[in-house]
Design a protein. Structure first.
Lengths: 154, 233
């Protein structure tokens, strides 16, 4: 239950005590029409292939690519926080990275195309520290013809 | 995620996000945000319910159709798995005298999880479970964490390796509990079993205690904040 009132006092204090960046303006892109949307998923779960470097030290602010060739069972989670439920990921990795659902939406014509690569950041990182990597990812997405991102937290 | 969305949108990538903490997405004001009432760790609400997940995914993608922004909507569909499942039984590890015995009792269930899922999400530390158990029991003494691994990473500190080892053994326990098959538990049921009914919980609380009492400030910090969830200490 992610209503503040449903969180324990300690967790509520932790999430409301975080220093959230505030911006003067909200950027806005006119999205492509549904049939032209090339969609990638971006998770903050700190997941990566089991032989990929974990999110630690200097690598904590970066992102990992999650290609279709990495099966759900070969994902591991190196998120630093122990204060969220990880059992849904263990039951059903698609519940935090719904690659198959996105592919279905492509087949049904709901979106133009599902990207062949998705991504994960590690959400406990200071978001401002992620800026260079976020902008680098955007450049990579543009180069790959991806124009839309769905961001999924944990 | 809200800040990431801001950066991506400013670079020309249309972004839309699920928000689990409305307080945070309201503060940052990303271009498009769909608040959902699900627990942390469950952005699409229901594991193993594709229709439920699809509906959430469709709703968050649907925000891209808004003609102007910022867009902030609430998705008020509750997740049934919030409630405990009366048909779920916790694994019986009653009377296991040691952590090693408890691991032995759980081994068949963990194998069942591996058989059902084609593997396991254990492996972050790349240590054998026996070495992980030894580290939990003995740290900071012992050499379990010093064993070489094939970990494809820059050299990690011993405390980071400890954290990963603890993550691995907790993952092992949860996978074993899920390896029973049958009715799925709520997260509360799983964690109640793990933190109130196992030798592992006792061992981790002892480890945390050693850390809090240690002169090593880094060990104290890891022990305090990164081993046991806040709500289960």
């Amino acid at each position: 239950m992610a209503r503040l009132s449903d969180l324990s006092a300690g967790t509520r204090a932790a999430v409301t005590g975080l220093d959230c960046p505030q911006f003067d303006e909200v950027p806005w892109v006119t999205p492509p029409p549904p049939s032209e949307r090339v969609v990638t998923l971006i998770s903050s779960a700190g997941i990566h292939g089991r032989h990929e470097p974990p999110f630690a030290g200097a690598d904590a602010a970066g992102y990992r690519a999650l290609p279709e060739s990495t099966a759900d069972i070969d994902l591991v989670m190196s998120h630093v926080s122990v204060n969220f439920d990880r059992s849904a990921f263990l039951m059903n990795p698609a519940s935090i990275l719904p690659r198959q659902l996105l592919a279905q939406m492509q087949t049904e014509g709901v979106i133009g195309r599902a990207a062949d690569e998705h991504y994960s950041f590690m959400g406990a990182t200071d978001p401002v520290a992620m800026e260079p990597q976020a902008r680098a990812l955007a450049a990579q997405l543009r180069a790959r013809g991806v124009n839309t991102a769905v961001l999924l937290p944990v | 995620m809200s800040t990431l969305a801001h950066y991506l949108e400013s670079e020309g990538i249309a972004s839309t996000l699920v928000s689990l903490i409305k307080y945070q997405s309201d503060a940052v004001r990303p271009p498009r945000a769909l608040w959902v009432p699900y627990e942390l760790g469950r952005p699409l609400g229901e594991p193993h319910d594709e229709a439920f997940q699809r509906a959430v995914l469709q709703a968050v993608i649907g925000l891209l159709d808004a003609p102007a922004g910022p867009v902030s909507e609430d998705y008020e569909v509750e997740a049934p798995s919030t409630h405990d499942n009366p048909d779920w039984q916790a694994p019986d590890v009653t009377g296991a005298p040691t952590l090693a015995d408890e691991l032995e009792r759980l081994a068949p269930l963990h194998q069942a999880y591996r058989d059902a899922h084609g593997g396991s999400h254990v492996g972050l530390s790349q240590l054998a479970m026996a070495d992980i158990a030894a580290a939990v029991i003995g740290y900071p003494t012992g050499a379990a964490l010093a064993k070489p691994t094939a970990m494809a990473a820059p050299a990690l500190s011993e405390l980071v390796r400890l954290r990963y080892a603890v993550d691995d053994i907790k993952t092992y326990y949860l996978e074993a509990a899920l390896g029973q098959g049958g009715p799925l538990p709520s997260s509360r049921q799983l964690h109640t079993w793990l933190w109130h009914g196992t030798q592992l919980a006792a061992a981790l609380r002892d480890l945390r205690g050693r850390g809090l009492a240690a002169d090593d400030a880094k060990f104290s910090t890891v022990a305090d904040r990164f081993l046991i969830p806040r709500d289960w200490r």
